[in-house]
Every structure is written in structure tokens, then in C-alpha cells.
Design a protein around this ligand. Structure first.
Ligand code: SF4
Length: 277
């Protein structure tokens, strides 16, 4: 029997951002010749925050110096891959900013305790109102679950949320949808944003979702899965193109090429060329 494909929320987000990028990354599996430094930086901050919460959950009182050591080690490892920095950022400037952001994060955590960190889940997607199975297996990871059942997503960003960004935040909607399908109730949600402003800031945005919101989310994910399964992969030019690792591949795109024609022949530096173009 054919096994049902499992989609992650990152994949759904990637498809919504640009279906052609999704194809390059997840279908053709073209190795990324470089990564955006901001993404790698976010991973390092996450690693330190995760370690901090796990230490506290096991009864420890981690010192700031230890938390920063985790960040420094991860940031060093991230930089062993080719990273592309924005004009205003460098390896050292982000290292400094990351330390300041973590200091701020830890100081503002006060007595609040996490009950779970990086909690993975996987389920059969269903319409939360009718219970109808939507023929999609979905998985995700919740950054943090706090005492009182608040589900938290942590982001590092250069600027604050745009208007309506909290209500439309797909990651939070999916957290709530998964929680509802597993536990039968809609949880409280929070988006914690660590901002890389000149003086780092931490913004905490509390929200929740209605049942109607979650029906909408489930249906959206089902439609994305259908589009992927039926191979609807087209470019969606936007501001994202400036940080797209597959820009050169995209320039060569001429419609529905067979995937096999995309062959990475680059040396890992810069963007790989395309054979058969
Ligand atoms: S360059 Fe833009 S349109 Fe092309 S694949 Fe990347 S994000 Fe999509």
C-alpha cells in the first residue's frame, strides 16, 4: 500500500511563499549553495533558548555565560557553511547582537516556566468542525509550551510585525489546530519576537484563534497539499527573491521541466549551474 506523504508546516509555508522554490528544495532536492545568514542566526538563538529552558525544566539554574556559550558554539558551526549576510550585518556583528538578545530574553523570562520545549507532533489532518479527515498527514514542532498551556512561537526578526501579521501567522494557527485536534480545546497562543534593532527588543504578542479560523487553516493546508501532489510548481516573484538560494535555477526555469534536468554542478561556492538548459 502506498504510504501517505507527510507534510511539515515549514513545507506548507515554503509552498505559500513560492511554489517553484518548494519544488527546487523539496522535490528536486537541489543542495542549497548558500544560506541567508539571518536564518542561520535564528537557528543559533533558538538553540541557546532551547538549552536554557531544558536546563530549567530539569531543575537547573543556568548561568548567562553558559547560555552564551551554547549560542557561540552554534553560531560558529553555522558559519562553517557559506552564509550570505545583509549589507549591514557580519558574523561578528550578529554574534554581538545574539548575545544581547539572549541576555534580554533570559532577563524577561522571570519566574515563568516551560513545561515542554521543541515539542514534536504528527497527526491526520481533519476539519476541526466536522471531523472529516482531509487525507493529509501533518507534522510540526512547537517551540515552547508554558505553564498554563500557552503555546509560544519564537522568532528573530529585523522589524516588528506588519499589520494583521499576528492574525495571519500560519505557524501559530497550526499550533492551535494541532492542539485542538489532539486535546479538544483551543489554546492560548503567543508570538515572542526578538528584534535585531540597534538596541535589541523583545515583543510578546498574545493571541488565540476561533474555530472558524482553524477550519480555514485546515482547508488551506489541504489545498496546499493537493497542489503539491498534483505538481503545481510555478514562480511567485516577490521580495523573497532577493534572498532566494535558487535564484539562478529560477532564471533558467521555462515551465514544467523534468526534475532530472536540474543537476548541481557547482563547487558549493556561489550558485550551481544547470545541466541541460
Ligand atoms: S527567485 Fe523568487 S520566484 Fe524564483 S524560485 Fe526563488 S523565490 Fe521563487
Amino acid at each position: 500500500m502506498e504510504q501517505r506523504r507527510v507534510f511539515s508546516i515549514s513545507q506548507v509555508n515554503c509552498y505559500l511563499g513560492c511554489p517553484l522554490k518548494y519544488r527546487f528544495q523539496y522535490v528536486d532536492k537541489i543542495p542549497r549553495p548558500w544560506r541567508v545568514a539571518a536564518m542561520a542566526f535564528g537557528t543559533s538563538v533558538h538553540a541557546a533558548v532551547e538549552w536554557f529552558h531544558k536546563e530549567r525544566m530539569s531543575g537547573g539554574s543556568p548561568e548567562m555565560a553558559e547560555i552564551l556559550k551554547v549560542f557561540d558554539a552554534d553560531w560558529y558551526a553555522q558559519n562553517t557553511d557559506p552564509l550570505v549576510f545583509s549589507e549591514r550585518e557580519s558574523k561578528d556583528s550578529l554574534a554581538e547582537k545574539g548575545r544581547a538578545m539572549l541576555q534580554l530574553y533570559v532577563e524577561s523570562t522571570n519566574g515563568t516556566r516551560a513545561v515542554a520545549v521543541e515539542q514534536g507532533w504528527e497527526l491526520d489532518l481533519a476539519d476541526p468542525e466536522t471531523g472529516e479527515l482531509l487525507d493529509v498527514r501533518l507534522r510540526g514542532i512547537i517551540d515552547l509550551v508554558e505553564e498554563g498551556g500557552v503555546l509560544v512561537d519564537l522568532k528573530t526578526a529585523g522589524r516588528t510585525l506588519e499589520s494583521g501579521g499576528l492574525e495571519r501567522h500560519l505557524q501559530l494557527s497550526t499550533y492551535a489546530l494541532a492542539y485542538l485536534l489532539i486535546h479538544g480545546s483551543i489554546p492560548k497562543l503567543r508570538l515572542d519576537m526578538l528584534l535585531k534593532t540597534a538596541k535589541p527588543r523583545l515583543e510578546r504578542h498574545e493571541t488565540t484563534r476561533s474555530l472558524e479560523d482553524l477550519v480555514w487553516t485546515a482547508r488551506l493546508i489541504r489545498e496546499v497539499a493537493l497542489a503539491i501532489q498534483t505538481e503545481h510548481f510555478f514562480p511567485n516573484p516577490s521580495w523573497r527573491c532577493t534572498e532566494c538560494e535558487y535564484y539562478a535555477h529560477c532564471q533558467q526555469w521555462r515551465g514544467t521541466w523534468p526534475s532530472e534536468q536540474f543537476i548541481q554542478v557547482g563547487d558549493g561556492e556561489g550558485v550551481g549551474e544547470i545541466a541541460g538548459a
